[in-house]
Design a protein around this ligand. Structure first.
Ligand SMILES: [Zn+2]
Length: 287
């Protein structure tokens, strides 16, 4: 059964570890992340972007597939199904489709409008027992076609949004979506520290988890990060494993062209990387 992300993130913040959000793109991705979570005895958040939702023909398809998979795979660890960087309209679609969590990305609105829309969505989600993530200060890199520069969130604005009753808060601290450039100066721990001091027990979210060095990840967790989003890294290992399979000519041997064989190395690569992340984040063995 799907659960809201609230309890798992509160436990994580309290226990000084982080729960990974792994974005899914299709059946193989979903199966791989769920298998890794079950084998690692870790809570997990399945992230679905608006683009991935569209790719899978709509949020209702995603929700039905995930719920059925939890049952068929006999998954017993807590799993949340979460809309990643949702638009206002997308949030309503996911609430209707039976997601257990949403992120409303109002970072491109004025703070006043962000607050107003967040308040409205928080009210609905609370009634339905769903968790809500809000974002303050846009996160750098490419976010569904929009390139941001990685500004830092204002701790006072974070406090204002946290007080609306959101479950978790994503704040820009110099993190970037996608691959990090060579000259990236690193995370702004001073800003993270200031945000945590203002927001107290609120679980903080680190987007753009691909390519942040392990020691920075651990320091971020020690400063209140309780959810870390991983997306690009799964895509990279999937592509690499699939390329190797084809370059080795395995698709030309016997029934190697069968999609269940062709996609197997990539799927297994996702299982492995997700397990590694669960160890790094400290969530393994916590469910
Ligand atoms: Zn993000």
């Amino acid at each position: 059964m799907l659960v809201s992300a609230k309890e798992m993130l509160e436990k994580a913040k309290e226990g000084k570890y982080a729960v990974g959000q792994f974005n899914i793109n299709n059946l193989e991705w979903t199966k791989a992340v769920l298998q890794a979570a079950q084998e690692s005895k870790s809570p997990v958040i399945l992230g679905v972007s608006e683009g991935a939702g569209k790719y899978m023909t709509g949020f209702k398809t995603v929700s039905a597939m995930v719920k059925a998979m939890l049952e068929e795979m006999k998954i017993t660890v807590p799993v949340a199904l979460h809309l990643d960087h949702g638009t206002y309209e997308g949030c309503y679609k996911c609430i209707e489709a039976g997601f257990s969590s949403i992120m409303f990305d109002g970072s491109h609105y004025s703070i006043e409008e962000n607050v107003e829309k967040t308040r409205e969505l928080v009210k609905i989600c609370h009634e339905k027992g769903m968790s809500v993530e809000a974002e303050v200060g846009s996160i750098g890199g490419e976010e569904d076609g929009v390139i941001g520069l990685g500004e830092c969130a204002d701790p006072n604005e974070c406090k204002a949004v946290a007080d609306l009753g959101v479950t978790m808060l994503a704040a820009g601290i110099g993190n970037i979506h996608g691959k990090y450039p060579e000259n990236w100066p690193g995370l702004r721990f001073d800003v993270l520290d200031a945000i945590q001091q203002k927001t107290g027990k609120m679980p903080l979210v680190l987007h753009g988890g691909t390519g942040i060095p392990d020691d920075m990840i651990q320091k971020a967790i020690s400063l209140g990060v309780a959810k870390i989003n991983v997306n690009t890294e799964c895509q990279l290992v999937f592509a690499e494993a699939t390329r190797k399979y084809i370059e080795a000519g395995k698709d030309l041997e016997g029934k190697g062209f069968d999609p269940r064989k062709l996609l197997a190395p990539g799927t297994e690569a996702i299982v492995q990387i997700v397990k590694e992340k669960m160890e790094l984040f400290g969530s393994a063995g916590k469910a």
